[in-house]
Ligand binder design. Sequence first.
Ligand code: SF4
Length: 156
Amino acid sequence: MTTETRRAITPAATTPKDPRWSQQANCHHTDPELFFPVGVSKAAQKQAAQAKAVCMACPVRVACLEWALDTGEQFGVLGGLTQDERWGLRKVTPRGPGQAMDRCIEAREHIAEWRKAGMSQADMASVLNVDRSVLRAAVQRFDRDERRQQDLEAAA
Ligand code: SF4
């Protein structure tokens, strides 16, 4: 399927692994063009941000993102991430806890967004393909870093 073909349909319609799954997608009610920003101009970045906002409120966001990572889907905003962001998280099994922690650290900004959106640690671990205990340790580490930073700022 070409990029041009994809632009004519919603992202969810390209991911019919489970028809019930895709029928619940928020993008069914949104202009499909929104999910396919072209280039890196400010306008394209704004469009991607708008598409991500639709995804963040989507009830099947986790399933969509897992599908996109599992299949290596190359085009468009899916599951709240652009193709470049998904590329950074591609779902290769990390070798050992060290690599799993590295993946969590690389995904720190995404993890912060997901937490704000109320995503569970189990879902975050699944999306990142890391053990839950590693994800939990990473979240604790991020929280510790943030508290330390706030203490430093308060003391300054
Ligand atoms: S997460 Fe985004 S792209 Fe995926 S189904 Fe929901 S609205 Fe569509």
